[in-house]
Write a new protein. Structure first.
Lengths: 245, 468
């Protein structure tokens, strides 16, 4: 099957290793992977800031770039949720465009969801020695039902132990532009997340969304924790953690 | 209640620094989140119930006018008088006229958020009436001259110690530190008011169209005293509270206390139908029901209509990580948390509450627990879209967004910009690989570092790898 990898603008800019790890995992699962070169952003910043027109334009751009793929896979629950759940609402009053958008939305998956539910990856290629705790990213969890999939994959890694932190499903406080617009509230939310991570005693915190990871790592480091690793689930599963491409 | 939602940022910042408040807010996860989850787990069919509840509310709203008229006819048949108030002022005037007509000097009140909306207490006091709140939380707030910070637990922001101090000062009695003793003292203070009041003012959790009844749920029993002891009972309700049948109300009642406080049922469920009948031992001689619109009918038939399904359980704020960190006062009006972020701009005006719909991460915890499945994040986004359309967002934000969208639609240019930004951020990173100060986005680095990127974008590296 031909899988289009949408790496997301945040991964492209801030952490390319996540994109390469996702590529690795999809190949390990036996997929033919294409990375459309004109891809940029799914439009979520505009959509959540109330700029529907910008979101629509970017949605149409993305649909055009990926519609010849069997699946679209995204290493982010919030971008996958944008395409899968919110794209159809952007075009709800235009039957022709809606039909086209829906066809793509229905084939769009968050990475771990795809690896478990569609590609059925049995043995993640990476190795990880240590204890990790998992933070559930909001959109993946509540819009796409991503909860057991990443845990199932992590459980297949023999030297990895998963411990659950308290309130794993509570928001880390990132929220896109919220993190900058309401930075004091956002930071306090991150603080609570950091305290739970700390209390879990894990060597690393793992999540499915780079936004959460930047938020959590940013606050952990500012609090003086330079030891806890902050990793994308793809990096752990592919064994690319810390690699810079 | 005074509308101060425009001061959200300042009040939120103060709340974050208020240690007493922060200690009070710590109880949310165990007191509201865990108890709700346990109460609903006992039911086993939560999802079907939520669907049924949402459907009852949505169906009623589709024919709201007809159900309200049906309610009015049924209530009138049982001796109640129904009044229609288009706005808060009219509601206040109607209650005042009722009080005058019956020679009322003192009114006791049970909890009602719509009367907070109207500022009814202050209005009646200006007309020379004495008004006593009898819900323990509201009574405490009346003594303290503070607004509620939660729609179900109005005094949740206060500690036991603060209340003990307040009682000592206002009641002029020796300080009590035990909660049961504090409650007893409040009861002793309130009893003469119940007995001496000429009028009882209540809210309504539901209005039952088929019977003309007002249904209220309480835990303290004060609601029952307010609505049965005084000669005159006035129930004030938003027009959206009507449901067709008693059967519908019982379905909603299975969810309301469980969602609100984790109780299977509240201590009291009062079904108040008209005036005291011949041969009946209790009930008011006169019953008036004031139906308040105050902006609600404007929401009908719009994207905001689902908000009118709200049954005021407070689960959305109990589960909101923003509310959990700043409490209710920051929201600056009667309705805090996610439901307030949607309702306040709808009822008070979009420009009065610009921050509220924006101060959310869209984490979705609110809509996940809403017993009537209101899509709260979508409705907050609705307000963000209206703000954008009406050019109510800051200029700098609008420009940046437009620039971002314009660039993202031009892949070649976007790649150049992305590469430049990646290099710049990489360069700003210190030897520890962290950016400590970010010019132009200081909001990020005030409380956080930014992990510096490796300097090359994914797409640049990908092309390189494929070329190699």
């Amino acid at each position: 099957m031909r899988v289009g990898l949408f790496v997301t603008c945040l991964v492209d800019l801030m952490r390319p290793s996540v994109g390469f790890a996702a590529l690795e995992l999809l190949k390990a699962a036996g997929c033919e992977v294409v990375v459309p070169q004109a891809q940029t952003c799914c439009g979520q910043p505009g959509y959540n800031s109330g700029d529907r027109a910008a979101a629509r334009a970017l949605a149409l751009k993305l649909v055009g770039e990926f519609e010849d793929c069997d699946y679209v896979v995204v290493p982010s629950g919030s971008c996958a949720g944008m395409i899968r759940v919110h794209y159809p609402t952007l075009f709800r009053d235009e039957p022709a465009a809606l039909e086209r958008v829906r066809r793509l939305s229905a084939r769009t998956y968050e990475l771990t969801d795809f690896l478990v539910s569609v590609a059925r990856l049995d043995a993640p290629p990476g190795e990880f020695h240590g204890v990790v705790t998992f933070h559930d990213s909001c959109s993946g969890l509540r819009e796409l039902g991503v909860q057991r999939q990443p845990r199932a994959l992590l459980a297949r890694m023999p030297d990895l132990t998963l411990v659950e932190m308290r309130e794993a499903t509570t928001c880390c406080g990132f929220g896109g532009t919220f993190a900058v617009k309401y930075d004091d509230i956002s930071t306090r939310m991150a603080d609570k997340k950091c305290a739970h991570i700390d209390a879990s005693g894990a060597d690393a915190v793992v999540a499915c969304d780079l936004g959460c990871l930047l938020q959590i790592e940013g606050r952990l480091r500012r609090r003086g924790d330079h030891a806890t690793m902050v990793l994308h689930v793809a990096e752990v599963l592919a064994g690319e953690e810390g690699a810079c491409g | 209640m005074r509308l101060e939602a425009v001061q959200f940022r300042r009040k939120a910042a103060e709340a974050l620094d208020n240690e007493r408040l922060q200690r009070a807010l710590e109880k949310f996860p165990s007191r509201f989140v865990d108890t709700r989850a346990a109460a609903l787990a006992e039911l086993g069919n939560t999802e079907q119930l939520r669907d049924a509840a949402a459907d009852i509310r949505a169906r009623t709203l589709r024919d709201l006018d007809a159900w309200l008229r049906r309610f009015e006819r049924a209530a009138a048949a049982r001796g109640a008088t129904v009044h229609w108030a288009e706005d808060a002022d009219e509601a206040n005037r109607i209650v005042t006229e009722i009080a005058r007509a019956h020679g009322v000097r003192k009114a006791v009140k049970s909890k009602s958020m719509v009367t907070e909306e109207c500022g009814l207490n202050e209005y009646l006091e200006r007309q020379g009436l004495e008004v006593i709140e009898t819900d323990l939380g509201e009574y405490i707030l009346q003594l303290a001259h503070e607004p509620p910070s939660h729609i179900v637990a109005p005094v949740v922001h206060k500690s036991k110690e603060e209340i003990a101090e307040l009682f000592e000062e206002k009641h002029r009695k020796p300080r009590k530190d035990d909660i049961a003793e504090l409650c007893r003292e409040a009861r002793e203070e309130l009893r003469p008011h119940f007995l001496g009041a000429d009028m009882g003012i209540s809210g309504a959790n539901f209005l039952i169209a088929e019977t003309g009844s007002v249904l209220i749920v309480t835990n303290e029993g004060n609601g029952r005293l307010v609505t049965t002891l005084p000669r005159v009972h006035v129930a004030v309700s938003g027009i959206e509270k009507v449901v067709p049948t008693l059967e519908d109300a019982t379905t909603l009642l299975r969810l309301l206390p469980r969602s609100a406080t984790g109780q299977a049922i509240t201590n009291y469920v009062s079904l108040l139908t008209g005036t005291r009948g011949a041969g009946e031992s209790e009930g008011p001689e006169h019953c008036h029901i004031v139906l308040v619109d105050a902006g609600r009918s404007r929401m009908l038939g719009t994207e905001l209509e689902p908000m009118l399904r709200c049954i005021r359980c407070g689960a959305c704020m109990n589960h909101c990580p923003v509310y959990q960190n700043i409490g209710g006062h920051a929201y600056g009006w009667v309705y805090p948390g996610p439901m307030g972020a949607v309702l306040t701009p709808a009822l008070a005006g979009i420009e009065q509450a610009l921050d509220l719909p924006n101060a959310s991460t869209f984490c979705g915890a609110c809509s996940e627990v809403c017993p009537v499945k209101i899509p709260l994040p979508d409705l907050m986004r609705h307000w963000r879209e209206r703000q954008t359309e009406q050019r109510l967002r800051p200029r700098r934000e609008r420009l940046l967004l437009r620039l971002w969208a314009w660039t993202a639609l031009r892949p070649r240019l976007y790649a150049v910009v992305a590469r430049a930004v990646a290099r710049l951020l990489h360069g700003l990173g210190g030897s520890d690989g962290l950016v400590h100060r970010l010019p132009g986005a200081s909001g990020w680095t005030r409380g956080r570092d930014l992990p510096a990127p490796p300097g090359l974008t994914f797409h640049a590296l990908y092309r390189k790898r494929r070329g190699a």
